[in-house]
Design a protein around this ligand. Structure first.
Ligand code: G4P
Length: 283
């Protein structure tokens, strides 16, 4: 399966990011808890190298708790502040402000030594499309929501959301492009819906997801769709079509429809909490 990407958009997004990053102290990087490595763009480490860093494992509700914790440890060991949340429901959001303070403690200390007191930390949210940036910003802003206008010395037109007296957030997130030249990364991004479905061959994609689930989450497909998991992947898809009554005229199985239904079940958590990559595989 081949994935395409759009360097034109990426160049523009990267240029904006480079500009905005000059204005901030802290990069809040959202990743998808189901694929915390594949949903990152390694460029951010270079772009944000002199900034405080916070990694937010978002959509933690869709991933397995034990792996969420393992991923938190993984990133903490690499020196990032980390938090896991469900931005949609708001769980974990309460701890954000404390974690921001923790992530910025060196900067705050530096300021204090220079006699600068009470200067708010400025932060921006970054992440690949669909990772939950807008949901996260709305959830944070919903509570605080004092928008500050243009400020002297700050690029015109930037809107800052004052979260409290210590933190201001840029209201537009930075869009990072995923690195999906690596086909296994592209595949995982496609599973979670970060690549437009129109450019994918759904049945082939779902057969790959079936193969993954048979290997790492044995029993799920049997339980959910009465699939005999020892059969090959396409036979399993046909079984899903039978179970979900996906039929064309003349009782021919509609495997395309079954594939779409199954993808939807997976993406919406109806197959349960499923983590697609594991810390021990990453280095
Ligand atoms: P973006 O700005 O990074 O592109 O992402 P955005 O906030 O638009 O979120 C993308 C989708 O992910 C949205 O779903 C949003 O509701 C969902 N989402 C965000 N955070 C979480 C989370 O923590 N858990 C879960 N389960 N979902 C989350 P959508 O289907 O596009 O919209 P809607 O149907 O929710 O309105």
């Amino acid at each position: 399966m081949h994935f395409q990407w759009y360097p034109g958009h990426m160049t523009k997004a990267k240029r904006m990011m480079q500009e905005n990053i000059k204005l901030i102290d802290l990069v809040i990087e959202l990743v998808d808890a189901r694929i915390p490595i594949s949903s990152r763009n390694p460029d951010i480490d270079e772009l944000g190298k002199h900034k405080a860093r916070l990694i937010v494992l978002n959509k933690a509700d869709l991933a397995q708790d034990k792996y969420n914790d393992a991923w938190m440890e993984y990133f903490q060991e690499k020196g990032y502040a980390v938090v896991k949340i469900n931005a949609k429901k708001g769980s974990g959001m309460k701890s954000i402000q404390g974690v921001i303070a923790q992530a910025c403690k060196e900067k705050i200390e530096r300021d204090r030594k220079r006699g600068i007191l009470n200067r708010p930390v400025r932060a921006m949210v970054v992440g690949i499309p669909n990772v939950g940036k807008s949901t996260f910003i709305n959830s944070l802003a919903g509570k605080a929501c004092t928008k500050t206008g243009n400020k002297p010395g700050v690029t015109k037109g930037k809107q800052w959301i004052r979260l409290n007296k210590n933190v201001e957030l840029l209201d537009t997130p930075g869009i990072l492009w995923p690195k999906f030249e690596d086909q296994s990364v592209g595949l995982k991004l496609a599973f979670i819906g970060s690549i437009k479905d129109e450019i994918l061959q759904t049945e082939e994609l779902v057969c790959r997801l079936i193969a993954f689930l048979k290997e790492y989450y044995r029993g799920i497909l049997a339980e959910k769709y009465e699939v005999t998991e020892s059969e090959d992947d396409y036979e399993c898809l046909k079984a899903i079509a039978r179970c979900r009554h996906c039929l064309l005229q003349g009782d021919v199985l509609d495997t395309e429809k079954a594939a779409r239904l199954m993808l939807d079940d997976f993406r919406n958590g109806r197959l349960g909490k499923i983590t697609l990559e594991f810390p021990q595989e990453s280095y």
